[in-house]
Design a protein. Sequence first.
Length: 235
Amino acid sequence: MRPDVLSVAAMVLLTVSAYAVARTLYLRYQHPLVQPVFLGASVIIGVLLLAGRSFEDYRAAKDVLGWFLGPVTVALAVPVYKQRARLRAAALPLAGGVALGAASTIAAVLVLAVLARVDDSVLPALAVKSVTAPIAIELARLQGGEPSLAATFAIITGTIGAMFGPALLTRCRVTDPVARGIALGTASHGQGTAAALLESETAGAMSSLAMAGAAVFTAAIAPAYIPLLLRLLLS
């Protein structure tokens, strides 16, 4: 076996192990700082720095793991199918929560950004932070924003939402798995859905649909809604 193949295998093993340990700790302690994606990524970065390795050394392992994104995304249909009866019963709250959540998060972040005097060129990328990164990139590009910034904001939003969203919902006494799933999927897309799946199958199914619904709804309203908000806020 060639050394480069061994290196890739070691990186993949490191990633899987870091996530598995972080997931075990999170299920036991439920603390934001041991959220699997955050802690797992921190461990990987730390190991790479200590070993004197760069991201370029990790890129091949990333590509291998990235191949599994397709099957994993398709697998999200399993909890949705198993929870189909409950989903039908919650169709109206799901649709309403996703629509209001997607629209309000765009408005809220733009208002806060304008009040904080964030540079105008950053606003289009910031506005689409709550949809999954590939869609955020295209939406930002259509609005004249920077795609790389959109991807960064989307990833940060997902990470923060997965870390602090469950605890915040609990603090706000939101205990219904339907409501928790809708909130996490709408605000924090894929990482929020992963956090919801750790809670229950119902929350995970709701979050899966909310993530997809928020992406579709945001893509539909963004061309008119974001420029309108920007005109009102910057005038």
